[in-house]
Design a protein around this ligand. Structure first.
Ligand code: SAM
Length: 214
């Protein structure tokens, strides 16, 4: 077996052992090389390890098992329109683009938006678009969404995002103070309101208001 085939097997094994069992999610993650979303240099060799890594603008690309578990909880369907808040490297959005019809991903740092968009184009992912903005307000011009995923921690699920979730839709969001362990919450919009399920403890950078300087 080649080194890269073995690394891929170990990567998938690690995901399964952490509870990522949905074969559609595993296939989407197998097709999306995390190395493509990590800046060249010091950390590139660690791309397939199950740990968060630094990217530009002082931000992070999330741990693969957390990306897998959040994607699994979101359960995106082939006809879905998805909103991601917190593009970061674009890795999560690229995985979603393989599972849904259309993905909008919003990021407050201009540089991360342009790097992610360039990557989507290079990888020929034509159904995902990165947009500069404060994602805590959602993306009203494209609402409602079938699925919303937030990859930065809010104190509560943001009201505008709840409002932009279609009936029957699902939102996955880390909730809690930024300097403590947060809780990953799955929100389902029903005809009567919202149902909340707590999934697991997580640790994310905070959802910050306004645009970044870079
Ligand atoms: N999903 C990313 C990936 O696949 O690499 C990882 C996201 S990183 C943990 C969180 C990101 O959320 C950061 O890039 C940060 O700049 C962004 N962020 C924080 N607050 C935001 C806001 N209000 N609107 C949009 N993006 C925000």
């Amino acid at each position: 077996m080649t080194d890269s085939a073995e690394r891929k097997m170990q990567f998938l094994f690690a995901l399964r052992s952490k509870g990522v069992t949905d074969t559609r999610v595993l296939t989407a993650m197998e097709m999306t090389d995390r190395r493509d979303f990590i800046p060249r240099g010091l950390f590139a060799a660690r791309a397939h390890e199950d740990m968060p890594l630094p990217i530009a603008c002082g931000q992070t690309i999330s741990q693969p098992s957390v990306v897998g578990l959040m994607t699994q909880a979101l359960n995106p369907q082939p006809r879905d329109k998805v909103l991601e808040v917190g593009t970061g490297s674009g890795y999560q959005a690229a995985i979603l683009s393989r599972l849904a019809r259309r993905v909008y991903t919003v990021e407050r740092h201009r540089r991360l938006v342009s790097d992610a968009q360039a990557n989507f184009e290079r990888l020929d992912l034509t159904n995902v678009i990165a947009i500069l903005g404060d994602g805590s307000h959602g993306l009203s011009e494209q609402a409602p969404f079938d699925r919303i995923i937030v990859t930065a921690a809010a104190e509560d699920p943001p009201g505008p995002l709840l409002a932009q979730l279609r009936e029957g839709g699902i939102m996955v969001v880390p909730v809690g103070q930024s300097d403590t362990v947060q809780r990953l919450i799955k929100v389902t919009r029903t005809s009567h309101g919202f149902e909340y399920h707590e999934l697991r403890p997580v640790r994310f950078v905070p959802l910050v208001e306004g645009l970044g300087k870079d």
